[in-house]
Write a protein that binds this ligand. Sequence first.
Ligand SMILES: NC(=O)c1ccc[n+]([C@@H]2O[C@H](COP(=O)([O-])OP(=O)(O)OC[C@H]3O[C@@H](n4cnc5c(N)ncnc54)[C@H](OP(=O)(O)O)[C@@H]3O)[C@@H](O)[C@H]2O)c1
Length: 386
Amino acid sequence: MAPILSFSNPAVSLSNGISRRIFSFSTVATTSGIMSASSTSPTSKKAKTSSEPKPLIVAVIGYTGGVGTCLLSAMDKIGLKPHALVRSSTMTIDGVEVPVNFAELGNRLLEAAESQGGTPVIADVTASADVQNEYKNWLSRGISVATANKGIFAGEEAKYQELLDSVVPPAKLLHEATVGAGLPILGSILALKASSHTIVKVEGVLSGTLAYVLGAVAGGKMTLSEAVTNAKDLGYTEPDPRMDLNGMDVARKAVILARLSGLTGIELDKLDIESLVPKALEECSVDDFMSGLSAYDKDFAARVATVEESGSRLHYAAKVDVDKKLVSVGPMACEASHPFNSAGPDNLIAITTNFYTRPLVVQGAGAGGDVTATGVLVDILLCRER
Ligand SMILES: NC(=O)c1ccc[n+]([C@@H]2O[C@H](COP(=O)([O-])OP(=O)(O)OC[C@H]3O[C@@H](n4cnc5c(N)ncnc54)[C@H](OP(=O)(O)O)[C@@H]3O)[C@@H](O)[C@H]2O)c1
């Protein structure tokens, strides 16, 4: 069966959804509660006309986490009550707490959707592979999934394709928040493709941490080790800064961008990734890494200086060259006019198409609970569209 909701087809629904998205938001704002499962009575179902939006029947998995608590708060602001709440060990459906059972969660959402004439949606704001393993079951039963969980989207292509093939319309699989948190990046790429643009190139500064580090070493303001120490002290890095400096998180996002741009055969372990972690410091303790890094300061400063002498600046970025079918991740020399030079600590994505030869730029905070939650919430609202 040809999947209607493959990643080429959500392009259609998203591009069509742009005008409808405005309708969705105004509907939410003016009819607060209309989308809430608990606030939609059987009477309101009978009274509903075909032009009224269907209520959303939403389960939030990971509701106690950083993004999850922000998602509940954002949903509350627009009058969207969750039907089910799930965390590691328990789930609450209709106010009753039971052990987690994902098949049962699907059953209960479908029952509620059936009885209320609504659209069932599961929002995954965990980082759990176990939860992602359930996507196929839900999608094949017509339950939409809106997620911030990167795993499977950056994972093995065959598994990713299987997931796309499992979607039974009208269910949707949307994951805007997996790249750039709440920034409209994936939706923009899909909308451009659906409206006849040819994506030529997608470049992105996708790590606030690495943007901070390379910003700090620019012009010789700090050495590499000073910049990393500062970033760690300010809480901008993972407890082990190598998790940021190895570029793997950027690379996962690059895989997602490449796949949405239309490239196939892209696998994380085959990408050209330049890590900022010196080979000799890959396996040692965090303390030894931090104290050993200064030995590499001189070489890195020389590299920065060479780039700057030619009028460029070094940025840690992902580049998807669709024509050449190349995906690369690492420090890139960008000439003065390049949009990356105005990114500051933000995420910035530059999308070049046949029509946008000067790239379309999307810029803003690329991390944080609130913005990530709003990215997931936009996807939840898009699930209501047909
Ligand atoms: N924060 C950001 O800026 C950002 C940006 C983009 C994407 N994301 C992504 O958003 C996701 C959530 O991030 P976070 O920082 O909010 O994580 P977090 O604070 O660690 O919260 C994780 C949540 O997932 C729940 N959970 C974990 N395993 C589960 C399982 N097997 N079944 C059900 N629930 C489970 C946890 O429940 P318990 O409390 O019961 O363990 C908790 O509610 C991650 O995939 C992250 O990569 C985050």
